[in-house]
Design a protein around this ligand. Structure first.
Ligand code: URA
Length: 239
């Protein structure tokens, strides 16, 4: 027996919080009966439907790694009609992005319809390293680099920068390309790190996520994750 909102999320239909809203709003039926109580437990063979569509029938999980281009939204739909990450993937499955990259950030993003997998990756205790390459509007001095290496406090919480290096400097244009590795998943975190030092991020790309990289994928291209990679991501979960 599992809680209804957890089961809805595990089918990739909605996040757990959204599933709770759907239940509260009377949109969820179990075996044909409207359920509005959040704690309701269901069994595997109970038929769950939302807005008249049965959700727990032969759902096959899919897992993708996308090289997100700029000007693409990290969500399933967009009120303003902008292109979303799911528009770029050719599937009928109800996939959604695991976490988000900003509209103007490029790079590695995972998409799936496996709610359990997505929840695991997005949980704050799932501390995998993510590497970003940023173009910034400063040539960093020793003090800047020491500050970054010590870790930066954002919204009262320290962000540890596991690795940091300057890849390139353009003295004429007063810009640098830097690479930093963090485990943080907070929204806009890289921009906030530099903003706290009065530095603008001109371009940002996520180039790796745990052991996954963008190798072989041009902007806008994607591939399926292999079973081996999916298992490896599960292994990284702290017990
Ligand atoms: N940090 C940011 O500031 N933006 C992103 O898209 C990802 C990490």
């Amino acid at each position: 027996m599992e809680r209804l909102q957890k089961v809805i999320a595990s089918y990739g239909y909605a996040s757990r919080r959204k599933a709770e809203d759907l239940i509260r709003n009377g949109k969820v039926l179990v075996n044909g009966k409207v359920i509005t109580e959040l704690g309701t437990k269901v069994e595997t063979n109970d038929i769950i439907s939302i807005d008249g569509v049965i959700i727990n029938k032969d759902v096959k999980h899919e897992y993708y790694l996308l090289n997100k281009p700029r000007q693409v939204i990290s969500s399933v739909t967009d009120k303003e009609g902008r292109i979303t990450v799911t528009d770029l993937i050719n599937t009928d499955a109800r996939i959604y992005p695991v976490g988000r990259l900003d509209y103007d950030t490029t790079g590695l993003i995972i998409l799936t319809n496996d709610g359990d997998f997505a929840n695991m990756l997005m949980h704050p205790s799932y501390e995998v390293e993510k590497t970003y390459v940023a173009k910034i509007n400063k040539i960093l001095d020793k003090d800047d680099i020491n500050k970054l290496k010590k870790g930066i406090v954002i919204d009262n919480r320290k962000v540890d920068i596991k690795r940091f290096k300057v890849r390139k400097k353009d003295v004429e244009k007063n810009t640098s390309i830097v690479e930093l590795t963090i485990v943080e998943g907070r929204n806009h975190i890289v921009k906030k790190i530099f903003e706290s030092m009065r530095i603008d991020v001109i371009k940002l790309s996520r180039v790796s996520y745990a052991f996954l990289t963008l190798d072989g994928l041009k902007s806008g291209e994607y591939r399926k994750l292999s079973i081996k990679e999916i298992k490896k991501l599960y292994v990284l979960k702290k017990c």
